[in-house]
Design a protein around this ligand. Structure first.
Ligand SMILES: *Cc1c(COP(=O)(O)O)cnc(C)c1O
Length: 457
């Protein structure tokens, strides 16, 4: 029998992060300001982010060394195991093989720690006293709270209101790590107050919470802001996942035919997939990269490729990405981490070029896969991760039906221990699939600002 779990030693934690920008097939349109149409001034970026993170954001170097202190903290939970989902395969009678990287083993419960640790580290280097951020489902806030505590930095988290109410224990976890947590939109910022005045019953969104966290940072010179997804430096940090996975596959003399991941802002999918995209683009490896998003928030399958703001109050630079419009108000689905209107720029370009595929699933089929996974492999997946499980099963069944079984790798981005109300909602039969109409999407696409056309860039 082949091993169930493929482990690496701590000495095998990769020494550098991989930067996809070095190998993109086309030049990425630059991030620009909405008023000047020029790249943002460095002073403005430095007011928000630690300088080493801005350098990473703009870097085109292929590899960026991981500092020793970051590797030391990574050793709390890395390397994460690569696991063969053989019990799930047997239950479904599959010929295709399913493997997953278990990022749920991190202390905060998801892959988010992979970027929270270096972000807190670089902020400590420049003397930051306080970091503000937003969190959707709570995983990013948990990861950052923990990383800030290690480096003795105060942490303030604006948590999307629907998750704050659905997942009270996530809030308590963040408070245990020493953070202050506000439900967003809140009365703490003028952005929050303006949104509440206009939409008093809103369940919040990541785009709104980002506006609040940025405004908060700008009011205190010792504060900096941190983002848990979308930006290039976040995606860079996550490439630790895919680099480990490649080493693990080498150990068992395998290589995946298909790599599957869910997308919120795109950090976990890219983190796992970019080292494989590198092989595909530079070594001609025949590997399909499959992304999956919720049908309730379908930016890559129904949005457009355009410059858009990253937040609802239009404070950020314009990012070249697939978007539903920064005013998109996603319904209250349980995969809170996937309720974002846009996605990472490098990933958007690769989807536009047809190098990464975009798929979407409804939350009921996703939870059916989540429950099957829990009952066979024993692990309760985060609702976000369950999108990847469901899509991996679809891919395996399609490959088997064609008589060409495949080796499939998916990213188990986190565990779902704080998502019991979501499972309760599914098990009680009350879960609904909510899919926006074309009219609703056309309406929210109108919130995309006037800017240079990148569709032919
Ligand atoms: C945040 C999160 C996601 C989605 O964000 P990405 O940046 O697209 O990875 C997916 N799964 C889990 C468990 C998360 O915490």
């Amino acid at each position: 029998m082949k091993e169930k779990k493929i482990y690496l030693t701590e000495q095998e934690i990769p020494n550098s992060w991989y930067n996809m920008k070095a190998d993109l097939p086309k030049q990425l349109p630059p991030m620009i300001m909405a008023d000047t149409l020029q790249p943002p001034a460095i002073e403005m970026l430095e007011r928000l982010f630690a300088k080493p993170l801005i350098e990473q954001e703009l870097s085109t170097s292929r590899y960026i060394e991981i500092p020793e202190e970051v590797k030391k903290l990574y050793s709390m939970y890395r390397p994460s195991p690569l696991i063969r989902a053989n019990f799930l395969e047997e239950k479904l009678g599959l010929k295709s093989k399913l493997y997953f990287k278990n990022e749920g083993v991190s202390p905060s419960g998801s892959h988010k720690s992979n970027s929270a640790i270096p972000q807190a580290y670089y902020n400590k280097l420049i003397g930051t006293k306080r970091i503000t951020t937003e969190t959707g489902a709570g995983q990013w806030g948990s990861a950052l709270s923990m990383a800030c505590k290690v480096f003795d930095i105060e942490c303030v988290v604006y948590m999307v209101k629907v998750s704050y109410n659905q997942k009270p224990y996530r809030k308590i976890l963040m408070e245990t790590y020493g953070a202050t947590v506000y439900p967003s939109p809140s009365e703490h910022t003028s952005a929050g107050r303006a949104i509440l005045a206009k939409f008093p019953d809103t369940s919040g969104s990541l785009a709104m919470a980002i506006s609040e966290a940025i405004e908060d940072t700008l009011q205190d010179e010792h504060s900096r802001y941190a983002l848990g997804s979308v930006l290039s430096h976040v995606v860079l940090h996550q490439t630790i996942i895919g680099q480990e996975a490649k080493k693990q596959f080498e150990l068992i003399n395998e290589y995946p035919d298909i790599v599957v991941g869910c997308i919120g802002g795109g950090s976990s999918l890219t983190g796992m997939a970019f080292p494989f995209v590198q092989d595909k683009l530079t070594k001609g490896k025949d590997v399909r990269i499959v992304s999956v998003e919720p049908k309730a928030c379908p930016k890559f399958t129904r949005g457009i490729y355009a410059y858009d703001f990253g937040d609802a109050s239009n404070m950020t630079p314009l990012i070249p990405m697939y978007t539903l419009g920064n005013g998109f108000s996603p319904s209250s689905i349980h995969a809170g981490g996937l309720r974002y209107h846009g996605g990472n720029a490098e990933l958007s370009l690769l989807i536009k070029e047809g190098i990464v595929e975009a798929h979407a699933l409804g939350q009921k089929e996703v939870f059916a896969a989540a429950v099957l996974f829990a009952q066979t492999e024993g692990i309760i997946p985060a609702p976000e991760s369950a999108h990847a499980i469901a899509q991996a099963i679809v891919e395996a069944q399609n490959a088997d039906a064609e008589g060409k079984p495949k080796t499939i790798l998916f990213n188990l981005t986190g565990h779902g221990h704080f998502d019991m109300s979501a499972y309760d909602n599914y098990l009680s039969g009350e879960m609904q699939d909510i899919v926006p109409t074309d009219d609703e999407i056309n309406e929210s696409l109108k919130t995309i600002p006037k800017a240079p056309d990148i569709s032919k860039y």
